[in-house]
Design a protein around this ligand. Sequence first.
Ligand SMILES: NC(=O)c1ccc[n+]([C@@H]2O[C@H](COP(=O)([O-])OP(=O)(O)OC[C@H]3O[C@@H](n4cnc5c(N)ncnc54)[C@H](OP(=O)(O)O)[C@@H]3O)[C@@H](O)[C@H]2O)c1
Length: 230
Amino acid sequence: MEGKTVLITGANSGIGKETAREMARQGARVIMACRNQETANAAREEIVKETGNNNVIIKKIDLGSQRSVREFAADILKTENKLDVLIHNAGMALAFRGATSEDAAYLYYVSKYANIYFARELAQRLEGSGITVNFLHPGMIDSGIWRNVPFPLNYPMLAVTKCFFKTPKQGAETTIYLASSKDVEGVSGKYFMDKKEHGLSAAAMDMDKAKKIWEESAKIVGLTASDPKI
Ligand SMILES: NC(=O)c1ccc[n+]([C@@H]2O[C@H](COP(=O)([O-])OP(=O)(O)OC[C@H]3O[C@@H](n4cnc5c(N)ncnc54)[C@H](OP(=O)(O)O)[C@@H]3O)[C@@H](O)[C@H]2O)c1
């Protein structure tokens, strides 16, 4: 990955941090896009020390704020000549304002469907451009994502994640594969698990829905005529 720039959101913990570590190990310039600067600094320090790659930088972003996203994007456009790999890793679960844990679980499931529609629509829009877009399921991973499981479910959940779930390092394997392997050069719009392409349910293949979600999302984030079009 020498000479390549890799941007990873949520690189301060879990799967994102392990992905950043491996990308740095492989010699990439790594941009850690994080909202928590304290844990981001600690993660960067650990990664630089372990890999010897100083070309790891932190940029602040809160993906829950459109202002922050736009400031971040403007900064990237100003400071970077190119991005070779963009990894949309940041995510959260069970912390939806006002939702019960059962609703919250449903909203997480729906949000992951939205990720699939987004990736498939983006892949279609970028067809022929040389830019590829793929998406993945990392498996069940023992990471910070489970920290919002409410009492009393949090204790059994902790035991389950420690005993049966994969480590964040294992969880990062498919992301790293998609970011760096020659096997997937030119492959776009596909779903991966355990470094292998997998089929999708009929619902996830619904391109009318994908288009609609794209268009609604564009309205929600307030895209205007002056924004870049894809
Ligand atoms: N763990 C699993 O079993 C599993 C299964 C399927 C999919 N995934 C997906 O894998 C991805 C990585 O999750 P993980 O398991 O590694 O969990 P994690 O350790 O909780 O990492 C999630 C990362 O996303 C960041 N993040 C959340 N909201 C953000 C925001 N508004 N702005 C900026 N960053 C934000 C978090 O930052 P903070 O530290 O500031 O909170 C954290 O760095 C997520 O998209 C998750 O949905 C995980």
